[in-house]
Design a protein around this ligand. Structure first.
Ligand SMILES: [Fe+2]
Length: 136
């Protein structure tokens, strides 16, 4: 049995862990900024950038062992599908099962995500009609 699927799974787990750490550190930095502690905020943002780098290393390692290599359009198409699943199924289910205040937060996420899905779809369309880079 090939060892690649497990390697990919672990790299994806590591990617998710480091990407979540980066987001968490940015949230803590924003809080420190609000509390008038700019140096704490700066150190946390520096650590967030380090976590981004660790996530990227693992993303690229996972991509490198994927066969066949997916092109950028396929990856963007998968991101569109992921956003739609989250907006149409995942978040609506969670919204139905939580208190009104939390539901309001999650509805705000869906609203922003719907715009993200539109932007990703526009990017996908632009990629389809352009062999190289898209227009700005
Ligand atoms: Fe999303």
């Amino acid at each position: 049995m090939s060892r690649l699927p497990r390697a990919q799974e672990y790299l994806k787990t590591g990617f998710n862990a480091e990407a979540a750490s980066a987001a968490r550190f940015r949230a803590l930095a924003a809080r420190a900024e609000r509390e008038g502690r700019p140096n704490v905020a700066r150190r946390l943002r520096d650590l967030a950038a380090e976590k981004d780098a660790l996530a990227l290393v693992q993303y690229e390692a996972a991509e490198a062992i994927r066969e066949p290599h997916e092109d950028l359009s396929a990856t963007v198409a998968a991101a569109v599908a992921e956003e739609r699943y989250e907006n149409d199924a995942l978040y609506p289910r969670m919204i139905r099962e939580v208190d009104a205040e939390t539901a309001g937060v999650l509805r705000g996420v869906v609203s922003r995500q719907q715009e993200h899905a539109q932007r990703l779809t526009a990017l996908l369309d632009a990629l389809a009609s352009s062999p190289g880079d898209v227009s700005a």
